[in-house]
Design a protein around this ligand. Structure first.
Ligand code: PBE
Length: 270
């Protein structure tokens, strides 16, 4: 059948990203959970390497199965892609990206805590920055600065009721993906306009949670929940303040080009 053809053609391999990503952990769970993925391999390398593989496959109209997510510029560049249905719900439904702060931040740096708490934007905002950076080659930090200048209405909401400070230091701990570089860069710019000195430290997901829970970093804007970072979140959940979603409508899953004749993870063959 077609399905067998697809599975064989991709050599029973999912083209994945970094070993430390939440989506990598979740995909290992999917391989365990689905009979149709029995014996499959998740190839782990990097998001950049996956993007190259995807580009090659799309140009040749060959089958490929990737670990994919939104917000991500991939879907802007390749609108002809689809999530495979996940009847067991391993990848969850809609994800949100949450802000977490270290214990004590509210007392130590109340203005910072308040901005972090008030920061909330839309999928389209984040995608705008990622896509523009990807198209023009301009660094995300630079594109984010322009975004802040052009979106003073939103910035005003986040900074409402916040007094200027004089060089208060804030360390944002983040992950290396474009989505997280966009949010951290935007908030860095906004906070610096208020007088903060902001540093951004990109690390593995595990280190990010460790750092906030241990009080080394002040806050993160990069916690994908309830599924993607569930294991990390659960192991530290009493050791940080959860400030809630800064973005709603994220998603993770297995993604294929629309020209592939499959719709569900269960259409694959072991
Ligand atoms: N991602 C993008 C990350 C979080 C942000 C979905 C690749 C992950 O941990 O899987």
């Amino acid at each position: 059948s077609n399905e067998t053809g697809n599975s064989k053609a991709v050599n029973y391999t999912i083209t994945g990203i970094e070993p430390g990503a939440g989506i990598t952990v979740t995909t290992e769970k999917a391989i365990e959970a689905y009979d149709s993925l029995h014996g499959w391999t998740l190839e782990q390398s990097s998001t950049a390497a996956m993007a190259i593989e995807l580009d090659k496959a799309m140009k040749a109209r060959k089958p490929i199965i990737i670990t994919g997510w939104n917000p991500h510029w991939t879907f802007a560049k390749y609108p002809d892609m689809k999530y495979l249905e996940d009847p067991k719900g391993i990848y969850g439904g809609v994800e949100e990206i949450r802000t977490l702060a270290r214990k004590g931040l509210q007392e130590d740096k109340p203005e910072a805590y308040k901005i972090l708490d008030q920061f909330h934007w839309e999928v389209e905002d984040m995608e705008e920055i990622m896509y523009e950076s990807n198209e023009t080659g301009e660094d995300i930090a630079e594109v984010a600065k322009k975004w802040v200048a052009n979106n003073s209405d939103k910035v005003k909401e986040w900074t409402e009721g916040i007094n200027d400070v004089d060089g208060v230091k804030i360390e944002l701990v983040s992950t290396p993906w474009d989505s997280e570089r966009a949010s951290a860069s935007v908030l860095k710019e906004v906070m610096e306009q208020k007088g903060f000195q902001v540093s951004i430290t990109p690390v593995d997901v595990a280190v990010m949670f460790e750092s906030i829970a241990g009080g080394d970093g002040d806050a993160t804007l990069a916690a994908w929940l309830p599924i993607t970072h569930k294991d990390f979140y659960d192991s530290y959940k009493d050791d940080f303040d959860d400030l809630g979603a800064n973005l709603e409508g994220a998603k993770i899953g297995l993604v294929v080009p629309a020209y592939m004749d499959i719709d569900s993870i269960e259409d694959l063959e072991p």
